[in-house]
Structures are given as C-alpha cells and as structure tokens.
Design a protein around this ligand. Structure first.
Ligand SMILES: O=P(O)(O)OC[C@H]1O[C@H](OP(=O)(O)OP(=O)(O)O)[C@H](O)[C@@H]1O
Ligand SMILES: [Mg+2]
Length: 184
C-alpha cells in the first residue's frame, strides 16, 4: 500500500515502512542493551501506539511485560485540548518497576509529560519514553525522550497508528494529510 491508494487524502509519505523498520531495529537493540538483566514493563498508550508497540516489542530479545493505558487529549480534532483524561488505566502495579512508555508521537508534549509524572507518582523505579515521532517545533512542554524514531515537521500526520478522526491508523507508513480533508 502506498500514498496513491489513499486517493488525494495524503499529500506525501513522510516516513516509509522500510525506514520505520530499520529505525525500530536500532531502537530495539539499544533498549536490549540499556535494560539487560532488568525486568521491563512496556506501557503502550492506546490507541496510537498499538502499531509501534506490536513492531517494536517483537524486535526485543529481552523478556518484557506489556500493558496499556488509554488517555486522550485530542478528541476528533487536530489540536490538543491540553486536558488529559484517563480512559483506561493499567492492570499492572508499576510500584518499583522499570517502565518504558511506548508512544507513536510527541506533538505538544502535554500527553507524555502528564503520563510520565503520573507513573512516577505511583512509585515506578524508572519511567522513560520511546516515541516513533517527535515534532520539535510543536513542543509546548519539554519532555525527555530516551528513544526517538524521527523528528518531523510541524504538520498533521497520519498512518502507522496515527489517526485523523479514527481513520488512517492502518497505513504502514507515516504521511501528511491534505488540508482539504480536515478543513472541509
Ligand atoms: O504530545 P501531544 O500533543 O499530547 O500529542 C500526542 C498524543 O496525541 C495522540 O493521541 P490521541 O489523544 O489523539 O489519542 P489516540 O492515540 O487514540 O489517537 C498521540 O497518539 C499521542 O498520544
Ligand atoms: Mg490520535
């Protein structure tokens, strides 16, 4: 599948499937080295992180546990509301655990800075972040990211887990959405 399958909804492919695959290989190798001999809990942030969690976790050689949270600050629009809500909490007690939050994107940083604080408050022994994408020009709150796939321009992107109004999450690449799709 490529951008042309999406008709005129996408203006371009920003990061293709091969680039994502190669970058995740590197990040997984780094995570394996950094957490060698430790008992890591991966926390995926629903729904956007589903695709990167599936691909990244299968590249890890270390034993890990996986749990999920759903938080939302976007609703159906393209701008963060800044108000983070927990829609689904973890099933796992993170007290004394090494936690790695796995995310699709850091945009304003509001979601991850809130989530990192939240998990630290629960007594996790470490909380770090892995994010496939980051938009340096959109950051409103600085968040330290241990593993980042790609820095991208400040444009609304979809695919590889990322949606616009719940669509396009299944695309195997990251592309920019044509403005006519969200300004109609
Ligand atoms: O850095 P921020 O500006 O906070 O934006 C990043 C967050 O926004 C998106 O999630 P969203 O709330 O849209 O939910 P979704 O993952 O279900 O699409 C994305 O998956 C991140 O979780
Ligand atoms: Mg979203």
């Amino acid at each position: 599948m490529d951008a042309s399958d999406m008709g005129e909804d996408l203006t371009k492919v920003l990061v293709d499937a091969d680039q994502i695959d190669r970058r995740l290989d590197q990040i997984a190798a780094q995570i394996d080295r950094d957490y060698a001999g430790r008992d890591l809990l991966l926390v995926g942030v629903l729904k956007g992180a589903v695709v990167v969690m599936a691909d990244l976790s299968r590249k890890l050689h270390s034993p890990v546990e996986i749990d999920w949270m759903a938080v939302s600050s976007y609703g159906s629009g393209t701008k963060s509301s800044g108000v983070v809500r927990i829609l689904k909490d973890l099933d796992t007690d993170v007290h004394d655990r090494d936690v790695l939050i796995v995310e699709d994107i850091i945009d304003s940083g509001l979601t991850l800075s809130w989530l990192k604080d939240n998990l630290e408050t629960r007594g996790a022994s470490s909380v770090r972040i892995a994010a496939l994408l980051r938009k340096p020009d959109a950051v409103k709150v600085e968040v330290e990211v241990a593993y980042v796939g790609f820095d991208i321009p400040n444009e609304f992107v979809v695919g590889y887990g990322l949606d616009y109004d719940e669509r396009y999450r299944h695309l195997p690449f990251v592309g920019t959405l044509a403005p006519h799709v969200y300004s109609d």
